[in-house]
Design a protein around this ligand. Structure first.
Ligand SMILES: N[C@@H](CCC(=O)N[C@@H](CS)C(=O)NCC(=O)O)C(=O)O
Length: 223
């Protein structure tokens, strides 16, 4: 039986959602972020040395990294569902978005989170104006233009097909849900990008998505 090591308000929510879409039985071990911090509790390091979520265990296997977990689950339990056929252009797009989510857009959103927090962090009064100036300059010259470029790019791509890989819903859409949800919380994503907002609306209506939220509990993405 798959066990999902699930951190509240985190990326591991999409693994629960994928398992619900496939109807694959699973158990959850829940972890709470540390009081007042975005960090995972130390117990997660007992499951995987990096102490990040998601991590799954399945029999003797322990596997981290959302994309690798998604590939494992669809290959082992999907019976061909939620993955386009090998050799098709949809499969290429599927691979692309599966990697893009964590490799390209998510680092920008993480930088946004960190620099926003630097501005609010406790520090000696004389350091605050300097810290704020560095943070604001980094955000306006690098992070925010990059996030906007990514949003425009994803909007254009999603304007071509109903889902990220093509006209069928796939596990790449599950993987892409988290950066888009994080972008609404802290990346400025709003109705200026109607295809992306439409995507979020459609996934939030899916019964499996709702079941995963019920099982996973709290899901308020960090700002
Ligand atoms: N690229 C990894 C990122 C894992 C990751 O950073 N997870 C966050 C949860 S959203 C985490 O565990 N944060 C707590 C911490 O860094 O202590 C993946 O997709 O699995």
């Amino acid at each position: 039986m798959i066990i999902v090591h699930h951190l509240n308000n985190s990326r591991s929510q999409r693994i629960l959602w994928l398992l619900e879409e496939l109807g694959t039985p699973y158990d959850i071990v829940k972890y709470q972020r540390m009081e007042g911090l975005p960090l995972a509790p130390p117990e997660l390091k007992e499951v995987h040395p990096l102490g990040k979520s998601p991590v799954i265990t399945d029999g003797g296997l322990t596997l981290g990294e959302s994309g690798a977990i998604i590939e494992y689950i669809v290959e082992r339990y999907g019976n061909g569902r939620l993955v386009p056929a090998a050799g098709t252009s949809e499969k290429l797009r599927y691979n692309y978005w599966l990697h893009y989510a964590e490799g390209s857009i998510q680092p920008m959103l993480l930088m946004k989170l960190i620099f926003d927090r630097i501005e609010k962090a406790p520090m000696p009064f004389f350091a605050r104006p300097i810290a704020k100036a560095i943070s604001r300059n980094t955000k306006s010259s690098f992070i925010e233009p990059n996030i906007k470029r990514h949003l425009d790019y994803m909007e254009a791509e999603l304007g071509k097909t109903r889902w990220f890989s093509g006209d069928e819903f796939t596990a790449a859409d599950v993987q892409m849900s988290f950066p888009l949800e994080a972008a609404t919380a802290r990346g400025g994503l709003d109705s200026r990008w109607p295809s992306l907002m439409g995507f979020l609306k459609h996934i939030h209506e899916r019964p499996a998505y709702k079941r995963a939220i019920e099982r996973g509990g709290e899901y308020q993405l960090l700002r």
